[in-house]
Design a protein around this ligand. Structure first.
Ligand code: 8Y7
Length: 276
């Protein structure tokens, strides 16, 4: 059994773990613009923890398709007060969803336990910052950048290419001084992928186990569900739960979700049925 070595408290992966999404962006993909104050954002994070989230993922850069880059000062101003406020109010594990070294440093100083980087530490300075901080890191695959990633994604063999990318990023992290045991991988559903690519990644998700590190999957409310069912973003809860269970059955250790209580319940029932 793998364990994520967070300093605050190791997180054993003896059962499915849930990362709850807390967007603190004015324009986010599925729940943007909800919080007008730090206190409201902290209250929402506490609610996620109360619903059973093992990790709360605090993000201040929208990475929805077409989103524009956010100035570092804005990202810092959005994220750091919420991390600090949540840390004062709770000992829930906190991940900071960022690609920016300065945000990694300030968020960890404010009490964040993990880094969740959709660019897998490819931004200049990010590898060095993560190595200095020595916290667990989620390395996600993305083809392109959010502003353009859905314009013409293309793969010959999506599973093989994403696997090779993540193996390469694991190697780069170890060279930079990160411990292999502190790395978590994620194929990046929806990040420069067509519907068929997302389905192929889900079908082949068990192959990512071969890299020997924990596996995270984020499918909650994503456009794949819209593609399969026609459901609008606010109506994708059932599809999100179905995809979380499917990803778990294929070996995902951590599910990144918006609807924490329902997902925790579905995962508990599936576990009791011996399905994962
Ligand atoms: C993911 C993510 C988003 C994901 C990881 C959304 C920040 C888009 N998706 N991080 N972030 N994996 N690791 O729909 O799939 O929530 S943002």
């Amino acid at each position: 059994m793998l364990t994520i070595p967070c300093r605050r408290r190791p997180l054993p992966l003896d059962r499915a773990r849930v990362m709850g999404v807390l967007n603190v962006t004015p324009d986010s993909f599925s729940d943007g613009g909800r919080f007008t104050s730090v206190a409201e954002a902290v209250a929402a994070a506490l609610a996620l923890a109360g619903e059973g989230a093992d990790i709360v993922d605090v993000g201040g850069e929208s990475t929805r398709p077409g989103a524009r880059p956010v100035p570092v000062a804005d990202e810092l101003a959005r994220v750091v007060p919420v991390v600090a406020g949540l840390r004062r109010a709770s000992d829930v594990l906190i991940s900071v969803d960022t690609s920016e070294p300065a945000v990694m440093e300030s968020a960890v100083a404010a009490g964040a336990d993990l880094i969740n980087d959709v660019r897998a530490l490819r931004r200049p300075g990010a590898l060095a910052a993560a190595a200095r901080l020595q916290v667990p890191v989620v390395l996600m695959h993305m083809q392109g950048e959010p502003a353009t990633m859905q314009q013409a994604p293309a793969y010959d063999d999506v599973v093989a290419e994403v696997l090779a990318f993540l193996a390469d990023r694991i190697a780069a992290c170890i060279t930079a001084g990160l411990a292999r045991a502190s790395l978590i991988i994620d194929p990046g559903f929806g990040f420069g992928k067509r519907p068929a690519d997302n389905l192929a990644l889900l079908e082949g998700l068990h192959r990512f186990r071969a890299l020997g590190v924990p596996l995270l999957a984020g499918l909650s409310r994503k456009s794949l569900i819209g593609h399969l069912t026609g459901a609008a973003i606010a109506e994708r809860r059932g599809g999100s739960i179905a995809l979380a269970l499917a990803a778990r059955a294929k070996g995902a250790d951590i599910l990144r979700v918006h609807d924490v209580a329902d997902t925790v319940q579905a995962l508990a029932v599936a576990a009791a049925l011996g399905e994962n």
